[in-house]
Design a protein around this ligand. Structure first.
Ligand code: HEM
Length: 524
């Protein structure tokens, strides 16, 4: 044994003394370079997939776009240049074809990629797991909270947040300002959706709408920043248990989850819990781990609760924000939406529920669809691993093990599906093809891992925005840098939109600058 160590020592000192002066290193690098060029030219199975030359060797450009919030623009640019399937790394392609999207998402054969590991610094959850059985189990356990029966059981709660608290807050602001006042709609919507998730996944509203915010949104943002860092630089995951702030183990967020679980358990024990209420918290508390046959332990519970915060708050509030942004920038659409709402709901005391919006407000619903298409709230591409059999996507054979990134914003510009995809045209969802086009919206993904919160999100969006447009006139402040007449040459001289940034979701980049509006009480 000691001989082996002796040999290693000698080899080590030889290397340390000679590596810089020796030609060996340069020789080795040269041979490696030649090997790489020959390999990528003749043998690489992705060699025919178009893309920037450098992407054969490194995903650096994609990673740096991800890190700087430019993923959506970077991928859009590549697809414009190279077509529906583009290489973005030695082992990665991005795909912007709707039919490919549906094919890949249809089954568990394409599992989520390793980039989902460590999501939100919690244990695997319904969202981050890459295992079919785990995901199936969680979807079965939590699913009832998102079913029609589940949503019906919390409908009153949802109305009290998305209609009553929201309108009450805005009434206060306009009352203080003699009939009109300023709001930041981005912040307001974030508060409303946080309160919804507070009720459903934590058992109590966070009262963010009433109080103008709740620290939970800051905790979530902090957690997500570190989580994004891990996704861009996976090596950092190895340090997560030794560096402060790199785990939720002792965080405020975790503590908050544990306290909420305790409160719900106490409520159940005291017999005061409404047994008819089927909400997310109740579903995770009554779930059991199929291996241990035990209820979920605290790490598993925290993982699901934190996941719901992240999956449910910003996605929905950002969609509401883009909806308001587009409506305000397109006066004809604005007028049509408001006329439709106020004709069907002519009194202050009328309340627009989701059911009524679907029945009576086709133009408003079409506008929501068009906003989900043209500016969905999820900006990143959903990464999946190609299985053993490989896959044929838009004319390219993609081999096993490749990460295919299914690009939502790209699919929403697929010219085989969407006529004039860059233009904002709600009417496309009222024409003869409307029903089939609705099925081509992949904002909530599609297939086996489609967003379970889709119907909940639709309820929140229609109730919150619909009722605001009924009760208030909205307009740009005089000093606004945006407006229907401020045109953007890069959008074919359509109105300039608030700048956007992608870190998973795709919110306005400067909401404190671009999302301030004046609201004025409508006189009924
Ligand atoms: C407009 C609002 C929303 C949008 C655009 C949206 C979009 C998406 C997308 C694109 C996915 C697929 C992600 C992937 O495969 O990587 C997803 C998954 C998911 N969403 Fe949503 N979502 C929204 C609202 C919600 C809400 C309100 C909740 C719950 C409170 C929720 C819970 C989830 C969960 C748990 C998953 C993971 C499902 C799985 O992997 O099996 N989402 N969502």
């Amino acid at each position: 044994m000691s001989r082996v160590f002796e040999f290693l020592e000698v080899a080590k000192s030889y290397f340390l003394e000679n590596w810089y002066s020796s030609k060996t290193l340069y020789g080795a690098l040269f041979v490696y370079g030649v090997y790489k060029v020959v390999y990528h030219t003749f043998f690489d199975q992705l060699r025919d997939v178009p893309g920037d030359w450098i992407s054969k060797f490194t995903a650096y450009k994609f990673r740096s776009a991800t890190f700087s919030g430019e993923t959506t623009r970077y991928l859009q640019g590549l697809h414009k240049k190279y077509g529906p399937v583009v290489r973005i790394g030695p082992n990665k392609v991005s795909d912007a074809k709707t039919s490919d999207f549906k094919k890949v998402m249809a089954s568990y054969r394409f599992s989520k990629s390793a980039s989902y590991d460590g999501f939100a610094l919690v244990d695997p959850s319904i969202f981050s797991t890459r295992e079919e059985n785990f995901n199936r189990e969680r979807r079965r356990q939590i699913g009832p909270a998102f079913s029609q029966a589940g949503l019906d059981s919390v409908e009153n709660l949802l109305e009290s947040i998305c209609i009553d608290s929201s309108i009450k807050k805005l009434d206060q602001i306009t009352d203080d300002g003699n009939g009109s006042g300023y709001i930041n709609y981005f912040k307001h919507f974030q508060n409303v959706t946080a309160d919804v998730i507070g009720e459903l996944a934590f058992g109590n509203s966070f009262n963010a709408t009433e109080n103008g915010g709740h620290e939970i949104t800051d905790w979530v943002n902090e957690t997500m920043k570190v989580s994004e860092l891990f996704s861009s630089f996976p090596i950092l995951r190895k340090f997560r248990y030794v560096l402060p702030g790199f785990t939720t183990k002792d965080s405020n967020l975790r503590q908050f989850c544990i306290e909420s679980i305790k409160k719900r358990r106490d409520l159940i024990k005291s017999g005061k819990f409404d047994q008819n209420r089927i909400d997310i918290l109740q579903m995770v508390l009554s779930a059991e781990n199929s291996k241990t046959k035990q209820p979920l332990n605290s790490n598993e519970l925290v993982a699901e609760m934190v996941t719901m915060l992240i999956a449910g708050i910003d996605t929905t509030s950002i969609s509401m924000s883009w909806l308001v942004a587009f409506i305000m920038l397109y006066p004809k659409v604005h007028k049509k939406v408001v006329d439709e709402i106020r004709t069907n709901f002519p009194r202050k005391e009328d309340r627009i529920t989701y059911k009524e919006a679907k029945e009576k407000l086709p133009y408003f619903i079409a506008t929501v669809y068009e906003v989900l298409r043209i500016r969905g709230s999820v900006g990143f591409a959903l990464s999946r691993q190609v299985p053993k059999s490989g896959v044929h996507l838009s004319g390219y054979d993609i081999p096993q093990g490749t990460d295919v990134l299914m690009f939502i914003a790209g699919a929403h510009e697929d010219t085989q599906v969407w006529e004039n995809p860059k233009a904002f045209i709600p009417e496309r969802f009222l024409g003869p093809n409307a029903e089939s086009l609705k099925k081509d919206i992949v904002a909530f993904s599609s297939g086996i891992r489609v967003c379970p919160g889709k119907n909940l999100a639709w309820m929140e969006i229609s109730m919150t925005v619909g009722n605001i447009l009924k009760d208030f006139d909205i307009s740009f402040p005089p000093d606004s840098k945006l407006g229907p007449k401020v045109l953007d040459p890069e959008r074919n001289n359509e109105p300039k939109l608030p700048a956007d940034i992608t870190f998973g979701t795709r919110p306005p980049e400067f909401p404190e600058r671009d999302c301030n509006i004046i609201i004025t009480k409508h006189i009924f």
